[in-house]
Design a protein around this ligand. Structure first.
Ligand SMILES: NC(=O)c1ccc[n+]([C@@H]2O[C@H](COP(=O)([O-])OP(=O)(O)OC[C@H]3O[C@@H](n4cnc5c(N)ncnc54)[C@H](O)[C@@H]3O)[C@@H](O)[C@H]2O)c1
Length: 473
């Protein structure tokens, strides 16, 4: 079976591939252009026929096999199927042995968080060139093993920013009005109409810690609802609207009525809100954490709420979270779970900040587009485990061009040897970058025919530094 890696084929097979994969033109609009007149004289009639029918597609579309697990969103499936790739779609993840059977055959695999792509599984994935994580995290993939074997990994870290921001807005209002408690009381048959310590949010100050994708979205929404917004970030960032960056975390904590955390999980952010920070916060203020469970010291929060210093809190994330749904939010999971559950005016949600239909749909689009760009053009921008390299697309008026992608060990002297090989050709553009032990080189060369490509491929493959060679044309 021809594969995306198999451009190492003998001349006949190579010509056959060329017939089906003219052009690395990369946008769907490629079909609007005339086909290239030649890639030398080696293009068989089939190519000409398909070109005449304007059915050109980027890169060997018939041959790219994709396995999508865990009910990847329809948006992603449509984009991949629209490329003409062979897409097998399953609603669930697979037990490891079945996964190993299936992964042997595919060039691309799309997963969500349940499928574990361990070294043991990836070892069997002989044709795999890229993994799409249709989710935020990539912990389920052995990223190092994948990188060392030239397998790119993409995810979608920011598609759900708006969903998180909207949830936080809802929580600010719900905490200010003690909605969770009133609702629980009514569910228990108790009518408890109170206005004591229930507030409007208009005119109150929201303090955002971490003014990135979510923090900045949130600030726009909060301002629209009449809040004053301040933020603290380690980076100097342009304020949205009339929000204001403050110089220190303590300054934010001392000024804000509502404090909300939107920082990444880093050693510096571990327990960044603990006893000392609660002491600095205003009496009667509120804390929201929808970032990562390690950011807030929860026993300290329990104390601060019991003492009345903190009037309410909303937590969406926890140091330990169960792998699946069920009755797991107990002391077995986190030693303070019972204490937390017993507090008043605390909203506890099971990591649903980004869990909306819109976010899933956006994730489907973002990841599948990254996969298409990688398969068709070799672009690694957004990859989490390889250096980020991209060249502008080849166009249909460059008929005898090819794109060489050479993933190799990052060791001294490799580039000299690669350039000796490429140097026999007209190199239009070239870019290379490295990340840890792996380097990624991309070069567009012109005036090549299939015999030259075959020779080029074989010479690159013979270098001891080689991890993977791909040639797109
Ligand atoms: N609850 C959910 O379902 C959910 C969904 C998506 C993201 N998240 C989490 O939300 C958090 C924020 O996500 P994002 O997409 O906005 O990230 P982002 O990378 O866009 O923004 C993070 C911001 O935090 C700043 N920052 C880093 N370290 C800091 C520090 N020590 N002090 C102050 N600021 C610091 C960065 O400079 C950056 O501006 C992440 O932890 C992410 O994992 C949770």
């Amino acid at each position: 079976m021809a594969s995306a890696k198999d451009i190492k084929l003998p001349a006949d097979a190579l010509a056959h591939q060329v017939s089906r994969s003219l052009g690395l033109s990369t946008s769907p609009s490629a079909v609007l252009h005339s086909p290239p007149s030649s890639l030398g004289a080696s293009i068989p009639h089939a190519a000409a026929a398909s070109a005449a029918a304007k059915q050109l597609k980027p890169f060997a579309t018939e041959d790219v096999k994709i396995l999508l697990l865990e009910n990847v969103n329809q948006t992603g499936r449509d984009i991949l199927a629209g490329q003409g790739y062979q897409v097998e779609f399953l609603k669930t993840s697979l037990p490891e042995d079945e996964l190993i059977q299936k992964i042997r055959d595919v060039h691309v695999i799309g997963i969500r968080s349940k499928t574990k792509l361990t070294a043991r599984v990836l070892k069997e994935a002989r044709n795999l060139i890229v993994i799409g994580c249709f989710c935020i995290g990539t912990n389920q993939v052995d990223l190092k093993y994948a990188a060392d074997h030239g397998i790119a990994v993409f995810n979608s870290p920011f598609s759900n920013s708006r969903s998180v921001a909207e949830l936080v807005i809802a929580e600010i209002v719900a905490l200010a009005r003690q909605l969770g408690d009133r609702s629980n009381e009514m569910h228990n048959g108790t009518w408890n109409k109170v206005s004591n310590k229930c507030w409007e949010i208009r005119g109150k100050t929201l303090g955002i810690i971490g003014y990135g994708h979510i923090g900045s979205q949130l600030s726009v929404l909060a301002e629209a609802m009449g809040m004053n917004v301040i933020y603290y970030d380690v980076v100097n960032l342009m304020a949205m609207g009339t929000t204001r960056q403050v110089a220190t975390l303590d300054e934010l904590l001392g000024e804000a009525d509502f404090v909300t955390c939107h920082v990444p999980e880093l050693p510096e952010t571990e327990n960044m809100i603990g006893q000392k920070q609660f002491e600095i916060m205003k009496t009667g203020s509120y804390l929201i954490n929808a970032s990562r469970g390690s950011v807030v010291d929860i026993p300290a929060l329990v104390q601060a709420m019991r003492s009345g210093k903190i009037a309410g809190a909303a937590l969406d994330v926890y140091p330990n979270e169960p792998a699946g749904n069920g009755d797991y939010f107990t002391n077995d999971l986190n030693s303070w779970a019972t204490d937390l559950r017993g507090l008043k005016n605390i909203i506890l949600t099971p990591h649903i900040g980004g869990s909306t239909e819109e976010a899933q749909s956006a994730i489907g689009v973002e990841v599948s587009q990254a996969l298409v760009k990688y398969v068709n053009e070799g672009t690694t921008q957004g990859a989490v485990n390889l250096p980020e390299v991209g060249l502008r697309s080849l166009t249909m008026d460059q008929p005898n061009c090819a794109r060489v992608i050479y993933i190799h060990q990052n060791i001294p002297g490799v580039l000299r040897r690669v350039n000796e090989i490429l140097g026999d050709h007209n190199v239009d553009k070239q870019m290379t970058d490295s990340r840890d032990d792996v380097a990624y080189l991309m070069a567009d060369i012109s005036d090549v025919d299939t015999a030259m490509l075959k020779d080029l491929y074989e010479r690159l493959e013979s270098l001891s530094s080689r991890i993977m060679t791909r040639i797109l044309y």
